[in-house]
Design a protein around this ligand. Structure first.
Ligand code: FE2
Length: 323
């Protein structure tokens, strides 16, 4: 057993991508890891506050159950996938641990804040790499407080428009899971209902608008949601799914509504999407996985995604969400 390491991300702006923060004595089992985590919880939280992401390496965490116990040690409130409005298809492994996304390996999932396209979203995301892919499959990470600052410098009016109008999202919820997509969760599961009437009642309660389209699929438009988030330290993050929705979500083929617009209904210009994507790209750290890596990110400040992957080995990255 190698010595466990905690690495915290400095991100592009600081030149050094990773900095070794602590190097503890060898932990060989779950109980020792549990004790060590309890002792170091405060300093881990401070590092998370400072950097937005922390990588744990070489801990004796092997299974979904081990990972569940690891997350449980933090004692945070669980953010349940079943009850969420997440659009990703995932498979539960324990009550709080599930697969990150069942989308096929060739599908890229672009940078986003987890569930920022819905009114409720988790604060923390724990990722656990049970099995890394042979090639690709990296997780891009982007500090969106830095992106917010960069956007302000590049186009202040654009930031003002996002703050003034907010954004609304249009997505297609299929009838039954659609596994070829990164956003293929069915309307039945997303909304936790089994009939069209119940679906409509739930959407109406959420303040969403909708229309039924071919094959009992559902086109849903959210209410206006904020596009930025105050972080409590005087800073803000560009907190939304503008990049992922614009680049990765399917367009409504019936009416060609863009997956994301300003809350006023006005389109976000292609040149603006390109500017946002380019700036985000310049601030992105592409992190390759190794088996047993655990990554904790602050979802309020750090966007994540998934690069396509290949090879014979199956990539299995599990996730747990908390508040
Ligand atoms: Fe995600």
């Amino acid at each position: 057993m190698k010595t466990p390491l905690i690495l915290s991300f400095q991100f592009m702006i600081d030149q050094t991508f990773l900095q070794i923060l602590e190097n503890d004595s060898g932990l060989t089992d779950i109980t020792a890891t549990h004790d060590w985590l309890k002792e170091n919880k405060k300093s881990i939280e401070l590092k998370l506050e400072e950097h937005g992401a922390i990588l744990f390496k070489d801990l004796p965490i092997e299974t979904a159950d081990d990972f569940d116990q690891f997350v449980s040690t933090f004692n945070y409130d669980t953010f349940s996938y079943e009850e969420s409005l997440s659009n990703a298809v995932r498979i539960n492994k324990t009550s709080k641990v599930f697969t990150a996304n069942e989308a096929p390996r060739e599908v890229e999932i672009f940078l986003h804040h987890e569930m920022a396209q819905t009114p409720t979203y988790p604060k923390n995301i724990f990722f656990f790499c049970k099995s890394a892919s042979e090639a690709g499959g990296e997780t891009p990470l982007c500090r969106s407080d830095q992106l917010y600052e960069a956007l302000l410098r590049a186009d202040k009016t654009l930031v003002e428009s996002f703050e003034k109008f907010g954004v609304m999202y249009n997505s297609i919820m299929s009838s039954g899971d659609e596994l070829i997509s990164g956003q293929g969760r069915s309307w039945q599961k997303t909304l936790g209902v089994s009939s069209k009437n119940d679906a409509e009642a739930k959407l109406s309660k959420l303040g969403y608008s909708w229309n039924w389209i071919e094959d009992d699929n559902l086109s849903v438009t959210t209410k206006t949601l904020k596009a930025t988030k105050e972080l409590g330290n005087g800073k803000k993050s560009f907190f939304n799914q503008v990049i992922a929705a614009s680049l990765g979500w399917k367009k409504n083929s019936e009416n060609q509504i863009a997956p994301v617009r300003f809350g006023s209904g006005e389109e976000i210009k292609q040149s603006c999407i390109e500017l946002i994507s380019e700036l985000a790209q310049s601030l992105t750290l592409l992190r390759s996985w190794q088996d047993r890596d655990i990554l904790l990110i602050d979802n309020y400040r750090v966007m994540h995604g998934r690069k396509p992957f290949s090879g014979n080995k199956d990539r299995e990255v599990l996730v747990s969400l908390t508040n």
